[in-house]
Design a protein around this ligand. Sequence first.
Ligand SMILES: *Cc1c(COP(=O)(O)O)cnc(C)c1O
Length: 430
Amino acid sequence: MSYEKSEIAFKEAYAVIPGGVDSPVRAFSSVGGTPPFIAKGEGGHLIDIDGNRYIDFVQSWGPLILGHADKDVEQAVIDAVKNGLSFGAPTLTETKLATHIVEMFDSIEKVRFVSSGTEAVMSAIRLARGYTKRDDFIKFTGCYHGHADSLLVQAGSGMATFGSPSSPGVPADLTKHTLLATYNDIDSVKKCFQESQNGVSSIIIEPIAGNMGLVPADEPFLQELRELCDQYGALLIFDEVMSGFRASLTGAQGITSVRPDIVTLGKVIGAGMPVGAFGASAKIMNQLSPDGPIYQAGTLSGNPIAMSAGLASLEKLKATPEIYATLEKRAKRLMEGFKSASDKVNIPMVTEVRGSMFGFFFSDKVVKNFDDALANDTELFGKFHGKMLEKGVYLACSSFETGFISVATSDGMIEEAIISAEASLREIVG
Ligand SMILES: *Cc1c(COP(=O)(O)O)cnc(C)c1O
């Protein structure tokens, strides 16, 4: 496989864009090599500018559950574009998309749209602080909630990959209200509540963590978080920017009985367009401006093109909920295949699947939290990633990411990826 054009493109990009990329994980820093520059996507495949074709298990980091260039989403976008790109005024599409979300999520009576997951979480934290009139909040090491200042503390994937626990440019004054707990460890959460000086406004959690690899929360752990929040009058925030419409049609709600106070959404909700959303009970959401005192705004929020893409995608998913069983079956088959390939060459591997999300670690330890995740063999992963890419399998370029199956990822593609995995591992062990 030749990457000649991508290598030139990367040099050119590097000269004018920091690291050559607009989001750090795209640069392949942790696995080595040049990131292929993408010319187009076709269903379950990516095609780069050198004409190489890959089975795509990244899918724009989650949004493309229907695959690339889905015909219905494409048509909805084209229809919307013809009427103008943005108005900064209400449109019917926003209400339609909001109505679907309110119908689907038990804990959402009202929802507001923003333009990214980062913005959704940032706004949810402000809402929780404003509602409870308390400043502190609890987050878990290894959970990523976007790159807003107060959330950029021990935040998994990109940051784990780059080994920086936090980031220069984030004042300590802004992170002193961020209390850190350990995923799946309730005592660490109790300790945060006891040590908080200012009172805890909220706990924010990825109920199915996808940014330290795929690490689901235990059911009793989520139940205890709910009880602690009720006991202390704090709000429970489920960050479902990744797991929403991915782990199941309704995200974590399809898997756990625990209900949060606030939910954040993103990725799939925009089908590849920049969209985020946060929702809660009417009582909480009515605290937002203009009805309430908590300010939150956005010039392009609820953008009509993005809303149309999201609506077309969501209506298709809602009309065919049975596809989730198929996606999960394929994800499980892929992980079984990877696992048996690694067994054959005596390399330890642990795997996890939730709906259309999959994860694997080169590790002999079941991963329950970020420390466990850090014990995986990242060097081996780097080699595996490179070998798979050469064989036309595009995996996320970090061992702390989650993989995704789309409706367009066929059984044949899964089998092809398994054969490539076995061949790659055999080449690695020599
Ligand atoms: C991706 C992600 C975000 C950030 O969303 P952006 O659209 O990248 O700003 C926040 N939370 C979780 C759980 C995510 O996976």
